[in-house]
Write a protein that binds this ligand. Structure first.
Ligand SMILES: [Zn+2]
Length: 146
């Protein structure tokens, strides 16, 4: 009687068969998320504040509560910023030999600014990825309709 537990990443179609997991284009969805737009329609805004994802798209009504980016955007932001700032710090030191305080102030400011600019874009891209791949309940709407 009980059905075998199924993974959230493999949604079922209303007929019970496995739905095509690639029916949502990954690239455009992540690009829309990067721009802070709804991954489904691209016209509604994704965020209600700096990093807070809206519960639903104000334009198409797509349910966005299924997103689970958690700490992922922060990890990726740290990874990207540190791989840019680190070599630049060494290059600036070797080229100009500025005072340590100049280096600390300039590169701390650059790292903070880069992080603040990248964080919402990376989070939006991750929401787009999760939406396109039907992760974490983004694909359950069709399965629940059966
Ligand atoms: Zn939308």
């Amino acid at each position: 009687m009980d059905a075998a537990p199924r993974s959230l990443s493999t949604p079922l179609s209303p007929t019970g068969s496995l739905a095509a997991a690639d029916d949502r284009d990954l690239g455009p969805a992540m690009l829309r998320g990067t721009r802070g737009q709804c991954p489904a329609c691209g016209s509604g805004s994704l965020f209600s504040s700096y990093l807070k994802v809206r519960p639903a798209c104000p334009s198409c009504g797509e349910d966005l509560t299924a997103q689970r980016t958690d700490d992922g955007p922060a990890y990726i932001t740290i990874l990207v910023v540190s791989h840019i700032i680190g070599p630049l710090l060494l290059a600036a030191y070797l080229a100009w030999r500025p005072s340590p305080m100049t280096l600390v102030l300039a590169f701390c400011a650059a790292a903070i600014i880069m992080s603040l600019l990248l964080l919402p874009r990376i989070k939006g891209a991750m929401v787009g990825l999760q939406w396109a791949k039907r992760m974490h309940g983004f694909g359950l709407g069709e399965a629940d309709a059966s």
